[in-house]
Design a protein around this ligand. Structure first.
Ligand SMILES: *[C@@H]1O[C@H](CO)[C@@H](O)[C@H](O)[C@H]1NC(C)=O
Ligand SMILES: *[C@@H]1O[C@H](CO)[C@@H](O)[C@H](O)[C@H]1NC(C)=O
Ligand SMILES: *[C@@H]1O[C@H](CO)[C@@H](O)[C@H](O)[C@H]1NC(C)=O
Ligand SMILES: *[C@@H]1O[C@H](CO)[C@@H](O)[C@H](O)[C@H]1NC(C)=O
Ligand SMILES: *[C@@H]1O[C@H](CO)[C@@H](O)[C@H](O)[C@H]1NC(C)=O
Ligand SMILES: *[C@@H]1O[C@H](CO)[C@@H](O)[C@H](O)[C@H]1NC(C)=O
Length: 505
């Protein structure tokens, strides 16, 4: 389909990766857990992140990067395979009772890189499975250690990074994935360390010590409350704790980059920094609104000494094509559930893109096992279309966010009919329309659904068709939902068909 968008701004990357094609090449992928835009480079002057900012000063700073799903395991499986959750099979969280896994035949980054003799390592939160799909040569994760040690203790993380480089043969290229557990909430699992584990290792009685960490403290009155969070004392205290933990993550990034330099890899390593999903606040994580899917994303090419800002829309599904191109590895031909698999992302190296003409897609099914709420979405520069497949059901809330001070306070205020200081109300948040269309140039906070406004009927149809095309290309089992049933076996084998349910939708 050919879509015309109003403005065409040519955006050409000045920095060429061509000169590195024959040089030694490695990748360091750093991922925050539920991290957002709490850094100077992304416009927050309060939360102190000198190391992220230092990295940004020699990186491409993507201002419009989006995860394809706002949930931990589904997001990690998606950016490690290049396939959305509905295609790779990781429909929800991996751990405990949730028990989701990718299909055994899925080709993941660690798998493909290992086959090409690249030494692969993971330090921190793995949260994906099965093991045969996500095998790393070097692994210190929640499967081998305590998650707080490998994911939040930055001294321990520094030691493990050192160990990774020490065991590495000098001539062998590497892919190191450092998956912090910071700044994830922990009030649900370890309330003794504070809502965001901001006290873990701070040297106070019973908290232990993280020798390399100099805790930063923030006053609730100083924090910046994002537009989608109620501006209340409870939320401000929550955000102040989140900042302390984000500053620990930042110092951890500084330690990792120092190890990289110590082992003389500063000039041969592609460094990427991003986060798995939106921040754990109302309208954030588990939502496909921008507050749930917009991510920080930095890309540093070796010997890049300056920063450049890119407004181009990119997806975390672009990480696999980018790293494969970096290592000059072809994505293999294979079938998954009867259909040939094609990556829908693009490599971010050396690309020339036309601003105003890119799209990103998103797909969510569950977070926790009880939280079935399938959503599909498409975002262009100017529009967001969200398809809530189970829109008749209230939007589900997860355990650790539910118990958070911000949400408890919002519930209390709603029940007691006090001012919530929120830009939405709970009934609108729980009960959504099947189709939500937002005109982002007029309505960046996605508050006014124009799906039924006739001025938007042609763009609605265009976006619905583009979303449907992507669902077909990615073999989405939910393709006929919620108004029909997909029949694709027996006499429908050659011609899969959506048959109507006559359920009024
Ligand atoms: C490095 O090479 C040596 C000798 O070939 C081998 O024994 C060792 O396992 C290799 N180490 C790694 C991390 O691959
Ligand atoms: C963090 O790790 C270091 C080094 O392994 C250890 O000495 C320290 O006790 C750990 N801190 C906490 C809070 O567990
Ligand atoms: C990396 O490049 C810089 C600038 O060209 C140079 O000063 C430095 O020595 C190089 N480091 C290594 C380990 O080659
Ligand atoms: C909400 O109300 C409950 C019950 O009255 C109370 O225990 C809790 O402390 C309140 N929480 C907040 C964050 O106001
Ligand atoms: C929630 O807000 C909407 C406007 O967005 C309003 O129509 C609705 O009545 C409100 N519901 C409640 C329970 O306050
Ligand atoms: C429909 O959208 C147009 C263009 O944004 C706006 O002027 C108009 O007020 C909207 N109509 C309704 C009924 O909201």
């Amino acid at each position: 389909m050919c879509i015309k968008f109003p403005q065409f701004v040519f955006y050409i990357f000045a920095f060429s990766f061509q000169s590195y094609v024959n040089a030694k090449k490695n990748v360091l992928l750093i991922v925050a857990d539920d991290g957002g835009f709490e850094s100077q480079v992304y416009g927050n002057p309060v939360c102190k992140t000198p190391n992220i900012d230092q990295l940004a000063s020699k990186s491409t700073i993507f201002k419009n990067a989006f995860t394809s799903v706002s949930s931990c395991s589904p997001s990690r499986s998606s950016f490690l395979t290049g396939l959305p959750q509905h295609q790779n099979g990781m429909y929800g969280l991996h751990q405990d009772i949730h028990h989701f896994n990718s299909f055994d035949q899925v080709k993941s980054l660690p798998n493909l890189l290992r086959q090409n003799k690249i030494y692969t390592g993971i330090i921190g939160k793995k949260h994906v499975g099965p093991e045969n799909v996500y095998p790393f040569n070097f692994a210190y994760t929640e499967e081998t250690d305590s998650i707080n040690q490998v994911g939040r203790n930055i001294t321990k993380i520094k030691e493990l990074v050192n160990k990774f480089f020490s065991t590495l043969n000098n001539s062998q290229p590497f892919f190191l994935y450092v998956a912090f557990h910071d700044p994830h909430r922990c009030g649900h699992t370890n309330p003794e360390y504070g809502e965001f584990c901001e006290k873990f290792g701070n040297g106070e009685e019973g908290m232990g010590v993280i020798p390399d960490w100099k805790p930063e403290h923030y006053k609730p009155e100083d924090v910046i409350v994002p537009y989608f969070i109620p501006d209340t004392p409870a939320a401000r205290r929550d955000i102040a704790a989140q900042y302390t933990t984000l500053s620990r993550l930042d110092q951890g990034i500084g330690l990792i980059l120092k190890e990289l330099n110590k082992f003389n890899h500063e000039n041969d390593t592609l460094v990427l920094y991003t986060s798995d999903n939106g921040i754990p606040f109302p309208n954030g994580r588990t939502n496909l609104y921008d507050s749930g899917i917009a991510e920080p994303f930095l890309m540093h090419l070796p010997q890049q000494t300056y920063s450049q800002v890119s407004e181009t829309m990119v997806s975390l599904l672009d990480i696999v094509p980018t790293i494969l191109e970096w290592f000059n590895i072809e994505y293999p031909d294979f079938k998954l559930n009867g259909m040939a698999v094609k990556l829908t992302g693009k490599s971010l190296l050396q690309f020339v893109s036309i601003k105003g003409n890119e799209v990103v897609f998103a797909s969510h099914n569950l977070h926790e096992i009880t939280m079935y709420y399938p959503i599909r979405a498409i975002r262009t520069n100017n529009y967001k279309l969200i398809h809530n497949l189970n829109f008749k059901m209230p939007f589900p809330i997860d355990q650790d966010f539910f118990i958070s001070p911000t949400f408890q306070d919002l519930l209390n205020r709603t029940v007691e009919k006090r001012e919530t200081h929120w830009y939405k109300n709970l009934s609108d948040y729980y009960y959504r329309s099947e189709w939500e269309l937002f005109d982002l140039s007029q309505d960046p906070y996605e508050l006014h659904n124009v799906a039924t406004n006739s001025s938007y009927s042609s763009i609605l149809v265009i976006l619905q068709n583009m979303l449907m095309e992507w669902q077909i290309k990615t073999n989405d089992p939910w393709i006929c939902s919620p108004s029909g049933v997909l029949e694709n076996k027996g006499k429908f084998k050659e011609k899969p068909t959506c048959l109507p349910l006559f359920n009024g939708i």
